[in-house]
Design a binder for this molecule. Sequence first.
Ligand code: TEU
Ligand code: CA
Length: 571
Amino acid sequence: MIDFKHSVIYQIWPRSFKDSNNDGIGDIQGIISKLDYLKELGIDCIWLSPIYASPNDDYGYDISDYYAIAPEYGTMNDFDQLLFELKKRGMSILMDLVANHTSTKHAWFIDAYNNPDSEYRDFYFFKEGKNGNPPNNWLSFFGGSSWTKENEHSYYLTSFAPTQADLNWKNPQVRQEIYNVMEFYLKKGVDGFRMDVINCIDKKDGLPDKNPEKKGYQFPDDYLLNGPLVHTYLKEMNEKVLSKYDALGLAEGCLVTLDDAMKYTNPDSKGIQMTFHFDISMLGYGSLGKYDFRKFYRFTTSEFKEVTRKWQNAMQEKNGYVGNFLSNHDNKRHLERFGNIELYYLESAKALALYNFTLYGTPFIYQGEEIGMTNLKLDYSEWKDYEAINSVQAMHDMLHVPLSIAKKIGAYVTRDNARTPVQWSNENYAGFSSVTPWIKLNPNYIHINAHDSMIDPQSIYHFYKKLIVLRKSHEALCTGKFIELNKDHKSILCFKRINDEEELLILINLTKQAADITLDEKLDGIELLHNGLDKELRRVMKLAPYEAHIYQLTKKEEKVKVSLHSSKYRV
Ligand code: TEU
Ligand code: CA
């Protein structure tokens, strides 16, 4: 199994990574051409978002053939070559496993749809409607009903887009088919899977209405998410597939609860090794996600600290494990959300990177994050993201939000923000392609691009590189215990990472205001990395906006021995 606790994983969203044949769409050969760049950055492992055959209603998360590579990305030979080139560089790869649903263009669904006696009927959830309405009141993640009409009376369950039909995991044949897909790629030499919305695979028996006393569509919550059988299935998947290949299982769970995430990943559960959680990316969103604007996208630094604390402590107390990320292909880029692009672009980008690389848990980088790429507001006519388009309509239809306002919200949160082409250079089309890319390019590529970042020693890119080196040379950053100091400080996050050999102290001002701090403990140490000026560690410190430091503490032998032996949790 890959050494995931010591790895840095880089997410590639292939359509926008690098175009090699100049059709304006990123592809596998494009990825191969950038492996040296990733290696140089310090990446051990890539997570590749879906490259399988797909009608692209949800850009690859709607798979029509698990065994074929989408022609716009290349061929199976290209994929084999990618594996070869990765291994040659000592790098590994996690594939995206989209197994909660298939595209309605998948052969199983087509057969089920066309043939009432098809054995594939039971691969999906086909159900009679109720009095001219869908079979239940579940709200889809992308807005509107979770059901799509098959004919006048009958529907099928589509928890995301209407062309993503949910698979029925209670059918053992479905599970076997998915395990076969996994084996196919594991035999080729992939190292594991990032499992898309895997906590949705156990739907409540009978698919009953959620909160039937309420009007309108209801978010199905525990009727769809984190059902008890998810654990059973993950264990079975481990027994039948993952363990045989010593492969890594990484769950992506919509709104995964802390308890479930810890159970999924606790080694005793014999399921998977790592999960993502959504709590940092959900900050400022209402409980239903990014189109739930009840919080107006505002959150406090205390909330940010609270979420951090909750997950960090849980991992130690419950022996679970998460991957930490700030950006991905499902959320707008994080600098605008958690940092400050206008006034403290470099400082906040570096402070947030420092945060992500000093926590317990494997750090993930989303393509372009390492060069400080930013969001781009697209005109409505340029939107590509189905979630955005449908959610705007749903806000209008269901909540009576005027379309003009709904579109503003959509432009603000759409996933397109994070899906613009990676900016490689200041040449034509940012060196991504030599023709107009499939989605609008951010014009700021003239000054934000990988080529220039690699030349400038003060760049965000070089800071990421330093963080990766630092993480690899300090075991405490990978596996040390997390102990927070100054919990109630309103702007500064302060914590130690400790193991038997060393103690590190991390200080990050998460705000755009300068802040003073009097440390809970008197500590001595030397600076390992900072994002501004070198500063001596003192009990009372003043940090500039987004100022961040990592210190190596001078150990007080006696004190350390006592605290380690009395420690309840050993990570
Ligand atoms: O996303 C899971 C998920 O929870 C989505 O609801 C996502 O957060 C969305 O943008 C909600 O606001 C995964 C994939 O990462 C995403 O790209 C897919 O669209 C989705 O599953 C369906 O496969
Ligand atoms: Ca291409």
